[in-house]
Design a binder for this molecule. Structure first.
Ligand code: NAD
Length: 484
């Protein structure tokens, strides 16, 4: 078993460079979804605590923006080193509160560290431009400035990476932030904030408030308008609500929302590598990923064989506590999630799908759902239009390229899409026709700190990561200088 040590996890909120236990506030009870054991009780911040966090960020903003890009880059470089040093300690904490296997949690620490490294380098290369006005009247100078105080709201499924990819560009550009992590997985973010404190983040530039009453804390903040940017990762339902709340004060929004990724497997693809890539796209993070393959569209002539072979793979996987190194697949985040997934499976079966493996809730402690393969899924099944967010591979047969593209695009979402074929021409053609922000060709894993991640349609606004990710935290300013 991986060793779990919670002694370095703060139990309070981080406001203005100080840890506050908030002894008079209620507690959030954080538990392990694999065992139902209580891990920690932490401060449950009130709306007033949220307001104080924004005040601390506002007070820090000017000096933080004025700090040299080099100095801010060095904070990120130090935090990067500290994060990698704490990899196993933090990975075990993440596994305990979220459920993912320890190896995947270690991978998430590496992935998160890559964002700190990337933005440490991007922050010192922010550029504007300078040109002569065509009229000859003067010079046009375009500069970039930090957008200002930012509210960062993160989900439970990647409790570290979703925070790191917002915090890193914010620090790189000089935006003071208030982070509100998900209630179910706050320990990872509290640990990260302590690392940033050790890395020398100025007081007030990074604030973290944990709460069980998200809306009560964030709605007044957005209504007040001191925050100039909201960066949110989570469901489309909540993203849309927050987008509305930002409209009154024209608060900039970056929204990374839900997905319904199609994985299109053409008949000419190599089946052995397809089994590996579909498994990765489906079961990474137990299927609790916005980029998870939600609908596996397989060309009719290979659909039956593929479903059987995927079923063999899935049934060999070991379900268990993520801290146990023998575990392939950890628990879902909670029981409600298991029941929601079972409802989607039951609906698909009632409409004609066949269970190849899995498909039934196990007895006993923990929020487990078995790896499941459904064959012959019909196009009217609910899971064709809803995010499964669990280890259920729904296999749908298609006839030809046009049919595959039509089914793939028949969704309000547009985050990721995958396709496998041996034909380069077809890969390019289909990739262009998919209404998504990201495409994996012959690859079930696309995440990379150097790539701009994000979606179209109801999957969000803006991009995170890569060169584009820093733009979300920058404004343009045009200055005119007359020639005489
Ligand atoms: P969620 O929308 O329920 O919650 C996300 C965050 O918003 C949490 O911190 C939550 O406490 C907070 N929140 C919830 N209601 C709120 C409200 N009314 N006001 C303010 N804050 C509120 O999503 P979740 O269940 O935590 O995460 C899963 C969802 O996130 C899935 O839909 C998934 O696809 C999406 N996601 C998207 C990406 C991406 O990059 N596009 C990445 C990861 C997850």
């Amino acid at each position: 078993m991986a060793r779990l040590d919670l002694s370095n996890v703060p139990r309070g909120v981080f406001i203005g460079g100080e840890w506050e236990d908030l002894p008079d506030n209620p507690r959030i009870v954080v538990s392990n979804p694999a065992t139902d054991e209580v891990l920690a009780e932490i401060a449950d911040a009130s709306a007033e605590d949220g307001r104080r966090a924004v005040e601390a960020a506002v007070a820090a903003q000017e000096a933080f923006a004025a700090m040299s890009p080099q100095e801010r880059s060095e904070i990120l470089i130090r935090a990067h080193a500290l994060l990698l040093e704490a990899k196993e300690e933090l990975a075990a904490i993440m596994t305990a509160e979220m459920g993912k296997p320890f190896v995947e949690a270690c991978g998430e620490v590496d992935y998160s560290a890559a964002y700190l490294h990337w933005y440490a380098q991007e922050g010192v290369r922010v550029q504007g431009s300078h040109s002569q006005a065509p009229s000859g009247r003067g010079q046009i100078v375009l500069s970039r400035e930090p957008v200002g105080v930012s509210l960062l709201i993160t989900p439970w499924n990647f409790p570290l990476a979703m925070g790191a990819r917002k915090i890193a560009p914010a620090i790189a550009t000089g935006c003071a932030v208030v982070v509100k992590p998900a209630e179910k997985t706050p320990l990872t973010m509290l640990f990260l904030a302590r690392l940033f404190q050790r890395a020398g983040i100025p007081a007030g530039a990074l604030n973290v408030v944990t709460t069980s009453a998200s809306s009560a804390l964030t709605a007044p903040i957005l209504a007040e308008g001191k925050v100039r940017h909201l960066s949110f990762t989570g469901s489309t339902r909540v993203g849309s609500l927050l987008h509305g709340q930002c409209s009154e004060h024209m608060i900039r929004t970056s929204l990374e929302l839900g997905g319904n990724a199609p994985f299109i497997l053409f008949g000419d693809a190599d089946i052995d590598s397809a089994l590996t890539e579909v498994t990765a796209a489906k079961l990474r993070n137990m299927g609790e990923a916005c980029t998870a393959a939600n609908r596996i569209l397989v060309q009719r002539e290979i659909a039956g064989e593929f479903a059987e072979r995927l079923g063999e793979r899935f049934s060999a996987l070991r379900l268990g506590d993520g801290l146990d190194e023998r575990t392939d697949l950890g628990p879902m985040i909670d029981r409600a999630s298991c029941e929601r997934i079972q409802g989607l499976v039951n609906d698909a079966v009632a409409k004609g799908a066949r269970i190849v493996t899995g498909g039934a809730l196990p007895e006993g402690a923990g929020s487990f759902y078995p790896p499941t393969v459904l064959a012959d899924v019909t196009r009217d099944a609910r899971l064709m239009s809803e995010e499964i967010f669990g280890p259920v591979a729904a296999i749908v047969a298609f006839d030809d390229e046009d049919d595959a593209v039509a089914v793939a695009n028949d969704t309000e979402y547009g985050l990721a899409g995958y396709l496998m074929t041996e034909s380069l021409a077809r890969a390019m053609r289909v990739s262009q026709r998919l209404e998504v922000g990201m495409v994996g060709i012959n690859s079930g894993i696309i995440s990379d700190a150097a790539a701009p991640l994000g979606g179209v349609k109801a999957s969000g606004l803006g991009r995170e990561g890569g060169v584009l990710g820093i733009d979300e935290f920058l404004e343009y300013k045009y200055t005119f200088i007359p020639n005489s």
